[in-house]
Design a protein around this ligand. Structure first.
Ligand code: SAM
Length: 188
């Protein structure tokens, strides 16, 4: 059992903010899928969900998945095929939750993430200790665009502290933020 084997990750595109603070649906970024799947597979994460409400965007994600799992890419790059094995494409957060509940018979605890500091943030150390002491499933929510709406943040059981190392800049790509989080959570 790896430290993060009860953890799943979901990359969300619905209920995101745009640069003016309006709630929008963002587009898929294909690099996020391949890079996050490699990070999640490396750190022993259970499942990486890619959630998008648009059927066309789901189809695009499935085409990418097919290419690396069964198409030309499967023999061209075997490690990428291995990483894609933990990816699941779903329409929304609730489907990801249902999927985990079906597998584990338990509702996962939701962990939201944000680059913004705020009240009641759980630290990486606290969360790592929760993982060590509980066999319950957890779902780490990653955002896109300008981050998650207040409504989405309010659904979470925990909001994770932001990654901050310098005073004036902490705007990571979601795929980099995801990798840093997994490393901190498994090493803390
Ligand atoms: N300002 C946005 C926010 O409040 O999260 C940045 C959005 S960022 C492009 C997309 C996602 O990457 C965020 O929803 C979060 O999951 C993650 N992210 C990016 N930088 C981060 C940081 N410094 N700390 C924690 N999460 C970060």
């Amino acid at each position: 059992v790896y430290p993060l084997s009860n953890l799943s990750v979901v990359l969300l595109h619905e209920e995101m903010l745009d640069k003016n603070g309006k709630v929008v649906i963002t587009s898929l970024t294909l690099n996020d899928i391949g890079d996050l799947s490699r990070s999640c597979r490396t750190y022993g994460v259970n499942t990486l969900f890619i959630a998008h409400p648009s059927a066309a965007q789901q189809k695009l994600a499935r085409r990418l998945e097919y290419h690396w799992e069964q198409g030309f890419g499967a023999t061209y790059n075997v490690t990428r095929k291995d990483a894609f094995a933990i990816v699941k494409i779903v329409p929304n957060l609730d489907e990801a939750i249902l999927h985990i509940e079906f597998k584990t018979r338990e509702l996962p605890k939701l962990i939201a993430t944000s680059a913004r500091p705020g009240e009641n943030r759980v630290s990486f150390g606290e969360l790592a200790s929760i993982f060590r002491n509980s066999p319950s499933p957890h779902l780490l929510m990653l955002g896109s665009g300008w981050g998650m709406s207040e409504k989405l943040l309010a659904r979470a059981d925990y909001v994770l502290e932001p990654i901050i190392c310098t005073e004036d800049f902490n705007h990571l790509s979601v795929r980099s933020a995801g990798a840093v989080m997994l490393d901190r959570l498994s090493a803390a």
